[in-house]
Design a protein around this ligand. Structure first.
Ligand code: TXA
Ligand code: MG
Length: 336
C-alpha cells in the first residue's frame, strides 16, 4: 500500500478527514504521542488498525473526540466526576474509561462494556476529528511492542506502506501517552500513569483516586502468574522494547552516575556500543518528552546496551516515565 505523507496544510487535514470518514487509516499528531486513527464506529476500519500495528485484538482503543459534549454520545450517563475531570483536564492528556453506549463496536473496545475516551488538546488532532465528522479510535501509531512515536519520522519508520496516510506534524509536546483513569466504579482508578498525576486528579474531583495494583507488579514473571489481571488490557503486553538490551540503574544520583560510567567503560572495552539515558535531576517533563525518542535514536545507532538512570517515583510524572522505562528494560534494575 502507498502511504501518503501529508504536510500540515488545511487542504491535507481535510483530505485526511475524508479518508477517515471513508474507513481509511490515518496517523496524526496529538500532544502525547502520534495516534493511528480510524472511524471508531466502523468495525472493519478498526480491524485494519489491529492488523497494521500487529496488535492483539483484545486490547481496546481510545476514542478521540473534538468537543466535551461528544462524551454524551459514547456513554449513557455523564457523572459529576466525569464533569469535574473534563472541566479540569480537557482538552488534554487524560483518558476516561466510562461505561460504553451500545452501538460502539466490540472491535473498538476489545469486547469490553467500557470505552476509553479522550479529547486531545492538539489543534491538528481536533481539526481532523471535527472535519471527519467521526469519533476517532486511535492507539499509538507504532508497531505493537515498539516505543511510542513522538516524531513524525517514528511513524514513517513503523507504518510506511501499511496505512493510508500520515499527517506529518511537529514533535509531541508531552511525549508519553495519556493518563488513563477508570471512572466506572465508586472510586476512580488510574490504569496508566501519565503527565496528569494522581494528586492533580484528586484535587480536581475532591476525592481519593487509587492506582491499579497491577502498576506495582514489577517483575515480568509476575505477569504470567495466575490471578494477575491488569484492568487495562494493554498493560500486560511487552512494551516499548528497544532492540538493545537495557538496564536501569537506581539509587543516589552520584552513585548512579559512577555505576553508569563503570558499566559503560566495561562494556565498551568488550567492543560494545553503549547508549546512556540520564536525565537532569527533577527534569521529569523533559524526561517524558525525550524518553521514547531516545530509545528510537539508540535503535537507529544500533547500540548493544542501553544504561538508564532511574527517576524519582515520588514525583507523579517521574512515576509515569518510570512505568515506561521499567517495561522497556524488561524490569532489569541494578540497585546501587
Ligand atoms: O495518549 C494516548 O492515550 C495515545 C494518543 C494517540 O491519544 N493513545 C494511546 O493508545 O496510548 P494505546 O492504544 O496505545 O493505549 C491505550 C491504553 C491501553 O493500555 C488500553 O488497554 C487502555 O488504554 N484502554 C483503552 N480502553 C480501555 C478500556 N475500556 N478499559 C480499560 N483500559 C482501556
Ligand atoms: Mg500504545
Amino acid at each position: 500500500m502507498k502511504t501518503e505523507l501529508l504536510d500540515l496544510t488545511t487542504e491535507n487535514i481535510e483530505l485526511a478527514a475524508k479518508m477517515i470518514a471513508e474507513g481509511k487509516l490515518v496517523a496524526f499528531p496529538t500532544e502525547t504521542v502520534y495516534g493511528l486513527g480510524a472511524d471508531a464506529m466502523n468495525s472493519s476500519a478498526v480491524g485494519k488498525v489491529y492488523a497494521a500495528k500487529g496488535r492483539p485484538s483484545d486490547n481496546p482503543m481510545i476514542v478521540h473526540i473534538a468537543e466535551k459534549a461528544d462524551l454524551a454520545r459514547l456513554t449513557p450517563v455523564v457523572t459529576d466526576v466525569m464533569n469535574a475531570l473534563m472541566k479540569a483536564f480537557w482538552p488534554g492528556p487524560l483518558t476516561m474509561v466510562v461505561s460504553k453506549m451500545p452501538g460502539i463496536p466490540d472491535a473498538t473496545t476489545g469486547g469490553l462494556d467500557s470505552v476509553g475516551v479522550r479529547m486531545p488538546s492538539d489543534e491538528t488532532a481536533r481539526a481532523l476529528i471535527r472535519k471527519s465528522g467521526c469519533s476517532i479510535a486511535a492507539p499509538s501509531a507504532n508497531i505493537s511492542g515498539r516505543p511510542s512515536p513522538t516524531r513524525p519520522q517514528h511513524v514513517v519508520e513503523d507504518l510506511d506502506g501499511k496505512i493510508d496516510a500520515i499527517l506529518m506534524g511537529h514533535e509531541c509536546q508531552v511525549g508519553i501517552e495519556s493518563t488513563v483513569i477508570d471512572v466506572t466504579g465508586d472510586v476512580p482508578i488510574i490504569l496508566r500513569p501519565g503527565i496528569i498525576t494522581q494528586k492533580e486528579l484528586e484535587n480536581a474531583i475532591g476525592q481519593k483516586v487509587e492506582m491499579d495494583p497491577a502498576l506495582f507488579v514489577n517483575r515480568p514473571r509476575d505477569v504470567s502468574q495466575p490471578g494477575f489481571k491488569p484492568k487495562a488490557p494493554g498493560m500486560k503486553y511487552k512494551h516499548y522494547a528497544p532492540k538493545a538490551e537495557m538496564m536501569i540503574i537506581s539509587g543516589e544520583i552520584t552513585k548512579v552516575k559512577t555505576e553508569i560510567d563503570r558499566l559503560k567503560s566495561e562494556n565498551e572495552a568488550e567492543g560494545k556500543e553503549v547508549g546512556v539515558i540520564l536525565f537532569e535531576d527533577n527534569q521529569f517533563r523533559e524526561a517524558a518528552h525525550d524518553f521514547f525518542a531516545k530509545l528510537r535514536e539508540f535503535d537507529e545507532k544500533a547500540v548493544d546496551l542501553i544504561l538508564a538512570g532511574a527517576l524519582d517515583t515520588n514525583d507523579g510524572v517521574g512515576f509515569a516515565v518510570m512505568n515506561r522505562m521499567l517495561k522497556s528494560a524488561g524490569y532489569s534494575v541494578i540497585n546501587v
